[in-house]
Design a protein around this ligand. Structure first.
Ligand code: KG4
Ligand code: ZN
Length: 341
């Protein structure tokens, strides 16, 4: 079965195509992404209107490239999947409208799917079907969640989430404080490798006895970095950028991995998936590997290209949904900016 997936929930226009075998394994036939990130750089974050317009411009060419890469015509595809939410309203609408047009024009069934479940499904492209139960840590510019996955198409339960900023958002905001470019993850990650992660004791949000064990908070950490920088600048001394980056990064990786491991233990789970743009972070990967090995947990992290927003993950989830026997979405399918899992 061949499924084409369309993703437009944020600033990436993605079209992916997968072939699913009866045993649930996937073959990636195409994964084309056009990003409008450059257009958002001078604003220091994604501007919804700009993202929507960029999707409108990129949609048809990205679709063409994906079909050409796969060596297919749309008529060879069995179903079309599209991100129905969560995400930016206007951005989602462009993808859904395009998907409806392609589905109607080709007579193929259309399946609206959840973006967050798509991030988890991305891993099945790389590592095959998931075990019956696993834990997913989703960390990107828009989300920071701990999900209990009991069947990708059956039951995904959110057991924790950020109460303020997403992990990637914290990276982007701290980068701005340090005068580094947007998006902030890659430059901070690079700088941190030359710094001392124990130089500054930044706070670990929501790790107190009475705090929600699986929720995250990164806004206090960002403020702590801003205060530390302000104080240090007042002394006239040069900022130890690498040490700040390393200490901030350590605080983020420490909290994310500690909470994820604790959640896995409490739910008796032995497989963890980490996905989303921040999954590309070198220290998060290192600490997760270390702590998962200690706890006897199998760690699955898809390659960075599949961790960030893309159409292949939507095609992958769509293929699993079609295989589950679910009905296609109605013609009234609409964007839902906070689509539940
Ligand atoms: O998944 P993604 O491409 O888009 C969504 O937000 O959905 O994630 C982008 C986020 C940005 O906030 C970026 O700063 C962060 O992922 N990021 C990283 C790294 N690479 C990207 N954060 C930490 N370390 C990295 N190496
Ligand atoms: Zn995403």
């Amino acid at each position: 079965m061949i499924v084409l997936g369309i993703e437009t929930s944020c600033d990436e226009t993605g079209v992916g195509i997968v072939r699913r075998a009866a045993d649930g394994t996937l073959e990636l036939l195409a994964d084309e992404v056009a990003s409008s990130v450059e257009e958002h750089v001078r604003f220091g974050g994604v501007v919804p209107e700009i993202a929507s317009r960029a999707h409108l411009q990129a949609m048809a060419p990205t679709m063409r490239r994906a079909l050409d890469t796969a060596g297919l015509e749309l008529s060879a595809v069995d179903a079309i999947a599209v991100t129905a939410g969560p995400g930016l309203s206007g951005a989602l609408m462009v993808g859904i409208a395009a998907a409806k047009a392609y589905a109607t024009g080709s007579g193929k069934p259309l399946y609206g799917v959840n973006h967050l479940a798509g991030h988890v499904a991305a891993d099945t492209i790389e590592h095959g079907p998931l075990p019956p139960r696993c834990l997913a840590l989703l960390v990107s510019g828009g989300h920071s969640q701990l999900l209990l996955v009991e069947g990708l198409t059956e039951k995904i339960t959110e057991i924790g989430a950020t109460i303020d900023d997403a992990a990637g958002e914290a990276y982007d905001k701290v980068a701005r404080i340090l005068g580094l470019p947007y998006p902030g993850g890659p430059p901070i990650d690079k700088l941190a490798r030359q710094g001392n992660p124990r130089a500054i004791a930044f706070p670990r949000g929501l790790t107190g006895q009475r705090d929600a064990p699986f929720d995250f908070s990164f806004s206090g950490l960002k403020t702590a970095v801003a205060r530390w920088v302000e104080k240090h600048e007042a002394t006239g001394a040069e900022l130890p950028l690498a040490d700040i980056a390393a200490s901030f990064q350590e605080a983020v990786a420490d909290v994310l991995t500690a909470k994820a491991i604790r959640a896995a233990r409490e739910h008796g789970i032995d497989t963890m998936v980490i996905s989303g743009g921040v999954a590309a972070n070198s220290r998060l990967g290192e600490l997760a590997r270390e702590r998962c090995a200690e706890a006897g947990i199998t760690l699955r992290v898809p390659r960075p290209r599949l961790c960030t927003d893309n159409g292949a993950m939507i095609a992958a989830l769509g293929a699993h949904v079609v295989a589950s026997g679910a009905k296609p979405s109605p013609a009234t399918l609409a964007a839902d900016t906070s689509l539940p899992l």
